[in-house]
Design a protein around this ligand. Structure first.
Ligand code: SF4
Length: 135
């Protein structure tokens, strides 16, 4: 399915996006098309997955309300090599089940974690620079 759009399709999509659901008849009128050209245009945009149609009744006549299809945000992905953190002290710590913020064993005050962070600061810094920023 081609996502390439003609200028007319772009104009129609803008009108649909800027409205809160425009009637097909209104779109056709705005673009100065006849109803056949309008129907074809709407079908093309629907097939491309850019808009969706909702059947509605206006003054007793069935027509369509056209709505934009919101694109889903892309999921960010990052590859982390697990070997870069395998030597973290928690992996062999006997207190890991009791460790947590505010507990007696707490990562924020753990001397083993402090030492590991100091020894690996450069490596961690390089790893963090490769991560995408959260939006
Ligand atoms: S932070 Fe310290 S106490 Fe907690 S699990 Fe890791 S090594 Fe153990």
């Amino acid at each position: 399915m081609s996502k390439q759009m003609s200028n007319l399709e772009k104009e129609a999509l803008n009108l649909i996006k800027n409205s809160n659901g425009i009637l097909q008849s209104e779109l056709v009128k705005e673009l100065g098309l006849d109803s056949r050209e309008g129907s074809r245009l709407v079908l093309r945009l629907t097939k491309k997955g850019l808009i969706r149609r909702e059947q509605v009744s206006v003054n007793g006549r069935r027509t369509y309300r056209l709505l934009p299809v919101e694109s889903k945000p892309q999921k960010a992905s990052i590859k982390i090599n697990i070997t870069t953190i395998l030597d973290i002290p928690c992996t062999t710590c006997p207190y890991i089940d009791q460790c947590g913020p505010g507990n007696f064993y707490d990562p924020a005050t753990c001397p083993l974690m402090d030492r590991w962070l100091e020894e690996n600061a450069n490596r961690i810094s390089r790893l963090l620079r490769k991560m995408p920023l959260a939006e």
